[in-house]
Design a protein around this ligand. Structure first.
Ligand code: ITT
Length: 197
């Protein structure tokens, strides 16, 4: 079976990625499982740039097929912040209870129609001697007025999806993967990967 490394240290992402890619006939390894302890500097200004930086770096280091995910939350009322800085927003080690409450407070004066937001995900795949491919997807929602839900990770407890009348932290993992930015981008990337197997 072909080995594929997923260049992420985020366990929440990795759980979702494993589930979404489970039908591919590959040996899927996280950075940790590949024995790599890396701090990759994400100095790009777009999701595409950062996803490519991560995938390319690990592909060049290992010679394996490498995937990477760069994702984030764009809040329209905050001029699309935190965006590519979502993981670093208010400090990498600050808890998501604090980050999420901060965003709710920032929107205290926002009208309902001004609470729009989206999760964006870009998946990059770096193939040894064969270039780099990216796929992008998003999911639209609104910022909730309180923190609700235990599932998912990161900003899920404040990301309210009107169609489901709940936050993505209240969805089952399968439901979230079926509609999420990550689910859609990875499903599109699956078709690309199949060509290389
Ligand atoms: P890696 O670079 O190691 O993959 P990271 O967490 O640093 O992990 P990013 O730079 O792509 O990854 O930041 C993505 C951040 O966006 C993530 O830490 C969350 O705060 C947020 N995010 C992305 N997808 C999310 C989702 O599905 N649910 C909740 N928050 C999400």
């Amino acid at each position: 079976m072909k080995k594929v490394i997923f260049a992420t240290s985020n366990e929440g992402k990795m759980r979702e990625i494993r589930e979404i890619l489970k039908d591919l006939e590959i040996e899927l390894l996280s950075l940790k499982e590949a024995g790599l302890d890396l701090e990759i500097e994400e100095n790009g200004t777009t999701f595409e740039e950062n996803a490519i930086i991560k995938a390319k770096y690990v592909m060049e280091l290992t010679g394996e097929i490498v995937l990477a995910d760069d994702s984030g939350l764009e809040v329209d009322y905050m001029d699309k912040a935190p965006g590519v800085y979502s993981a670093r927003f208010l400090g990498e080690d600050t808890s998501y209870d604090i980050k999420n409450q901060y965003i709710i407070d920032k929107l205290a004066a926002a009208k309902d129609e001004e609470r729009t937001a989206r999760f964006v995900c870009v998946i990059a795949a770096a193939f040894p001697n064969d270039g780099i491919v990216t796929r992008r997807a998003d999911i639209e929602g609104v910022i909730a007025k309180e923190i609700v839900g235990e599932n998912g990770f990161g900003y899920d407890p404040i990301f309210f999806v009107n169609e489901y009348n709940c936050t993505t932290a209240q969805l089952d993992p399968e439901q979230k993967n079926a509609i999420s930015h990550r689910g859609k981008a990875l499903n599109a990337m699956k078709e690309v990967i199949k060509e290389y197997l």
